[in-house]
Design a protein around this ligand. Structure first.
Ligand SMILES: [Zn+2]
Length: 258
């Protein structure tokens, strides 16, 4: 997969977002890796300004490749996770999702090794502006070093109606509701129908445009591009989510066995 990636602030985060949407489309909602990638995204986002000026400890010419180092780290971590899970499917620990920021804060090394072959194959130095680029700069794709049952490389997520992940999903508030059935009578669509028919009260209004909040985006952590309530697909803090949380507590049906 070849993609041009401007060396700008936060560029690698876009790929983390695509990767998360992809994981959500192949893994169950409650899979620990989904939560982990969300946490990692939020942590890196909080750090994007400092990260943009990251200096490579030994080779300053590689400093602009911070986004490539970031994605290589993520690729290494997820590959190792899927490999370990294949050997022993239970209790595989993921590393600290805040690893890169923590290491930077303590001025400790974090960037994975890039072999000369990797630097050559992926034209990392061309990307860093050391040579004039002969070809579009390339980015390591996820899954290059993965076992057969690991996710394939990053998918093209530009199709209409694609799923969108809530990168600021508040698991602390909503996991309890999220897990109350994703299908049948407890699907978001059924809840919406009950609201429309007056069986359930209306959802709280958004902070955005005075219309109803998007239930799946905030409660399930995922919605899609064609959602009528797409304007509400924005980051809310815990305070702003209180009303929706109370609505769920009062009205969200308890699934069988929950
Ligand atoms: Zn929505």
């Amino acid at each position: 997969m070849n993609v041009t990636m401007p060396p700008g602030d936060g560029a690698s985060l876009r790929y983390v977002q695509h990767y998360l949407v992809f994981l959500m489309s192949i893994l169950p909602d409650t899979h620990p890796l989904i939560n982990w990638v969300q946490m990692h995204y939020q942590d890196m986002d909080s750090f994007r300004h400092d990260f943009a000026t990251w200096q490579h400890p030994t080779d300053a010419t590689l400093s602009p490749a911070h986004g490539i180092y970031h994605l290589k780290w993520l690729s290494n971590v997820t590959s190792a996770y899927f490999k370990a899970k294949k050997r022993n499917p239970v209790n595989i620990e993921l590393p600290d999702a805040c690893f890169i920021r923590q290491k930077n804060r303590n001025e400790m090394p974090w960037a994975p090794l890039m072999s000369e072959n990797f630097i050559g194959d992926y034209k990392v130095k061309e990307f860093c502006g050391i040579y004039s680029p002969a070809a579009p700069p390339a980015l390591p794709s996820f899954g290059n070093t993965s076992p057969p049952n690991a996710p394939p490389p990053l998918p093209d997520t530009s199709a209409p109606g694609e799923r969108v992940a809530n990168l600021y999903y508040n698991a602390g508030l909503f996991d309890v509701f999220k897990n109350r059935g994703n299908s049948g009578t407890y699907a978001s669509r059924m809840i919406r129908n009950k609201i429309n028919s007056g069986e359930l009260p209306p959802l709280p209004l958004t902070k955005v445009d005075g219309e109803a909040m998007c239930l799946p985006f905030h409660v399930k952590g995922m919605c899609n591009e064609q959602c009528k309530r797409k304007p509400d697909h924005v980051n809310y803090n815990s305070n702003e989510l209180t009303k929706l949380c109370s609505w769920c507590t009062a009205n969200y049906p308890t699934g069988t066995g929950n």
